[in-house]
Design a protein around this ligand. Structure first.
Ligand code: PLP
Length: 367
C-alpha cells in the first residue's frame, strides 16, 4: 500500500518559477544575462533594508514575535491604521493562503478573473476550494461579469489592482460601484502588490482608506522596496477579520531579520523615489521602443511591467526562447493563461536598452 494523495493535490502542478540568472548561465555560455521576468526591483535591495536586517542578524537564535510587533507599530503609524487592523506575513502569497484558510470550507467558491495573479489560483487549488474564473475584458477585470457570477456558493472574490500580468487598473469609482453589488457575507481580497507604482494615479483605489467590512487589502515589500527575497507582506481589514486570519497564520513569520529590514525600508523615501522615477522613465522608454519595433502590448499598465502580445503561441514562445539564448530573460505567460503573451518588467536604463537591442535582433530573425 502506498500513501494516497488527495485528488486536489494530485491535480496540482508544481509552480514553475521564471528562470533565474544562475539557471540560464549553466545552460547557455554567455557572460551576461538580464532578467526582466519577475517584476523585481532593478535597483536591487533598498539599502536601509540591508541596514535593518544587519541590526538583527545576531538575534536569529530567538523566535520572532507572532505579531511582528515592531514592524506592526511602524506600519500602524506610517499609515495611521490601528494595529489590530493589520496582519504581517511572509509576503502576500502567504497571506492569500491564510485568508482562504480562515474564511472558506471545501464547499466555498473563490471567484476571480482569468489572466490574473497565479498565486490566487495555486492557493485556492491547493486547499481544494472550487475556483470560478470570469474572462477579462480588454485585458482588464470585468467587474460587472464578476458581480453577475456571485452566487450563494461564492465566499471570496479576489481582485489584483493593478493586475499581474496585464498591468491594468480598476478605478476607485469602479470598485465602489462593484462593492454595491457584493453581498456583505462575501469577502473581497483587494491585492495592491503594485500599490507604490500605481498610487500616483488620481483614480487608484487606495484600499487602506476604505470602510468596507468585507474587504481585505494586501500590500508587499517585494516590489518597490526591492525585498522579494526577504518575504514581507501585510494585510489591512477590520480588527475582526484580522483576528480570524491570525488564528491560522504560522506564528513565527516573517523572520525578525525580514521585519527589521521592512521597518527600515519604510524610512527610505529616497530609494522609493529613485525606484519610482526610474520606473516612470523606463515605462516611457518601453512605450517608445514597442512602437519603434512594432510590438503589440497592453498599453494601460500601472505597474512596473508590460504584457507583450504576439500572433499566437508559437511565435510568443519562440520570441521568449530566442531572447533567452541572447541573454534576456522574459516571462512567457502560458501558465498565466496567455500562451500568446510575454511579460517584461522595467530594468535599469542600461538593461532596458540592451533588452530592446536583443528584442530587435530576435524580431529581425523571426521576420
Ligand atoms: C498581484 C500580486 N500579488 C502578490 C504577489 C506576491 O507578492 P509577495 O512577494 O508579497 O508574496 C505578486 C508577485 O508577483 C503579484 O504580482
Amino acid at each position: 500500500m502506498t500513501v494516497t494523495v488527495p485528488l486536489h493535490i494530485q491535480n496540482l502542478q508544481k509552480y514553475k518559477p521564471g528562470k533565474s540568472i544562475a539557471m540560464v548561465q549553466k545552460q547557455f555560455k554567455l557572460d551576461r544575462f538580464i532578467k526582466l521576468a519577475s517584476n523585481e526591483n532593478p535597483l536591487g535591495v533598498c539599502p536601509k533594508a540591508i541596514e535593518g536586517a544587519q541590526l538583527k542578524l545576531d538575534q536569529a537564535h530567538i523566535y520572532p514575535h507572532p505579531r511582528a510587533t515592531d514592524l506592526l507599530e511602524r506600519l500602524s503609524s506610517f499609515y495611521g491604521i490601528d494595529q489590530e487592523k493589520i496582519i504581517i506575513t511572509n509576503g502576500v502569497d502567504s497571506l492569500l493562503a491564510y485568508i482562504l484558510m480562515a474564511f472558506t470550507t471545501e464547499k466555498d467558491e473563490v471567484l476571480t478573473s482569468e489572466g490574473s495573479f497565479i498565486g490566487i489560483y495555486v492557493n485556492t487549488n491547493k486547499l481544494g476550494r472550487p475556483l470560478q474564473l470570469v474572462p477579462l475584458k480588454n485585458y482588464a477585470y470585468d467587474l460587472d461579469a464578476i458581480a453577475a457570477r456571485i452566487s450563494n456558493k461564492t465566499k471570496v472574490v479576489y481582485i489584483a489592482n493593478p493586475n499581474n500580468p496585464t498591468g491594468t487598473m480598476i478605478t476607485r469609482a469602479d470598485f465602489d460601484a462593484f462593492m454595491k453589488k457584493v453581498p456583505s457575507q462575501v469577502l473581497v481580497i483587494l491585492d495592491e502588490a503594485y500599490y507604490e507604482y500605481a498610487k500616483h494615479s488620481s483614480e487608484f483605489t487606495h484600499g487602506f482608506g476604505m470602510e468596507y467590512e468585507n474587504v481585505i487589502v494586501c500590500r508587499t515589500f517585494s516590489k518597490a522596496y526591492g525585498m522579494a527575497g526577504f518575504r514581507v507582506g501585510y494585510g489591512v481589514s477590520t480588527a475582526e477579520n484580522i483576528y480570524e486570519v491570525l488564528k491560522v497564520k504560522l506564528p513565527f513569520e516573517p523572520t525578525v531579520i525580514a521585519q527589521y529590514a521592512a521597518m527600515k525600508a519604510l524610512d527610505d523615501t529616497s530609494f522609493l523615489q529613485k525606484t519610482l522615477d526610474l520606473n516612470e522613465k523606463s515605462m516611457q522608454f518601453f512605450q517608445d521602443n514597442f512602437a519603434a519595433l512594432g510590438i503589440q502590448y497592453v498599453a494601460d499598465s500601472y505597474a512596473n511591467f508590460y504584457m507583450m502580445l504576439f500572433d499566437g503561441e508559437v511565435r510568443a514562445l519562440t520570441f521568449a526562447e530566442k531572447c533567452l539564448e541572447k541573454g534576456l530573460i522574459l516571462r512567457y505567460l502560458d501558465m498565466f493563461g496567455f500562451p500568446e503573451a510575454v511579460r517584461i518588467n522595467t530594468g535599469t536604463m542600461e538593461e532596458n536598452q540592451i533588452a530592446f537591442d536583443i528584442m530587435k535582433d530576435v524580431l529581425q530573425e523571426l521576420a
